[in-house]
Design a binder for this molecule. Structure first.
Ligand code: FAD
Length: 303
């Protein structure tokens, strides 16, 4: 069996695997797609100490760094079940194989929920964005919209209002769903407009986004707003469905971890965007991957 088996090959998983391998213990990493979300990312400007990089380039560096160590890499393999058996954690893959390990680090990440309207897919990284911390500054001096009036949408709108010229919040329901303190803060800002009861119909553009069409659900009328960017903020979904009935998760499906990355199952750890650690960022997921690996090592030397 492995000493540490990492499930997921994004920033969290790569970091966890390197930290584990550096302890000289038997380490494996199984990933559906090595690199994770950064494979879909263009410019990255907040990976501290690297002023600018692009997702695929960072993913290649991650892989190169992992390959410096004696780590068994199993790419293009999807885990479908976790089971704890005779003190070993069993990870069953879609292809039927079962991997056994004394400890497992879950780092299967998350995905932004898509709104699924015409233009969203076409203009991804060309004006359609999901992460205000990442892409907000690209729209300095411009008009943007935030789709979604929940906590993440309103936090994004407040954040963006300080960076861009004007923010329009588009909410499907008749009222915003965010906490009142956030709504109060939002309403105190002069460069924000809120449109409720609005169904986004299309994100428009040519080579990049130039606006958004929505339907006023009260009147059925169609409206178009001119914009340089659209931030979709209707939820981040952790890739944890396959853990149903095993590892403890919160209401959002995030794996609940303690300060050392440990879950409710002894020997099973989690890190990065699939866990309940707040703020989903590359640098944060790498840090939590390191924490989980050191947590797993600690567990191994005590058991
Ligand atoms: P992920 O990157 O999601 O990796 C998950 C890994 O698990 C992948 O290898 C995946 O294939 C694998 N996996 C999933 N399910 C299974 C399974 N069942 N079995 C096996 N493997 C599985 N952050 C920043 O800091 N700066 C930015 O500029 C930035 N821009 C972004 C732009 C976009 C478009 C997106 C989508 C995200 C951006 N982020 C950015 C967020 C950042 O990418 C994530 O916080 C980070 O990738 C999380 O790392 P992770 O390793 O936890 O998960």
């Amino acid at each position: 069996p492995f000493d540490v088996l990492v499930v997921g090959g994004g920033p969290a998983g790569a970091s966890a695997a390197i930290y584990a391998a550096r302890k000289g213990i038997r380490t494996g990493i199984v990933a559906e797609r090595f690199g994770g979300q950064i494979m879909d990312t263009k410019g990255i400007e907040n990976f501290i100490s690297v002023k600018y990089t692009e997702g695929p380039q960072l993913a290649a560096s991650l892989e190169e760094h992992v390959k410096e160590y004696n780590i068994d890499i199993m790419n293009l393999q999807r885990a479908k079940r976790l089971e704890k058996n005779d003190n070993l954690v069993h990870i069953e893959l879609e292809n039927g194989a079962v991997l056994k390990s004394k400890t497992v680090i879950l780092s299967t990440g998350a995905r932004w929920r898509n709104i699924g309207v015409p233009g969203e897919e076409e203009f991804k990284t060309k004006g359609v964005a999901y992460c205000p911390h990442c892409d907000g500054p690209l729209f300095a001096g411009k008009h943007v919209a935030v789709i979604g009036g929940g906590n993440s949408g309103i936090e994004a709108a407040i954040d963006l209002a300080g960076v861009v010229k004007h923010v329009t919040v588009i909410e499907f329901m008749p009222e915003l769903k965010a906490d009142q303190v956030l709504q109060d803060r939002l309403h105190s800002l002069s460069n924000v407009t809120v449109i409720t009861n609005a169904q986004t119909k299309e994100i428009t553009g040519t080579d990049k986004v130039n606006g958004l069409t929505y339907i006023d659900r009260a009147t059925g009328e169609e409206h178009h707003i001119e914009l340089a960017g659209v931030f979709v903020q209707i939820g981040l979904v952790p890739n944890t469905d396959w853990l149903e009935g095993t590892v403890e998760r919160n209401r959002m499906g995030e794996i609940i971890v303690d300060k050392r990355g440990a879950t409710n199952i002894p020997g099973v750890f989690a890190a990065g965007d699939c866990s309940d650690s707040p703020y989903k960022q590359i640098i944060i997921s790498m840090g939590s991957g390191a924490t989980a690996a050191l947590g797993a090592f600690d567990y191994l030397i005590r058991n």
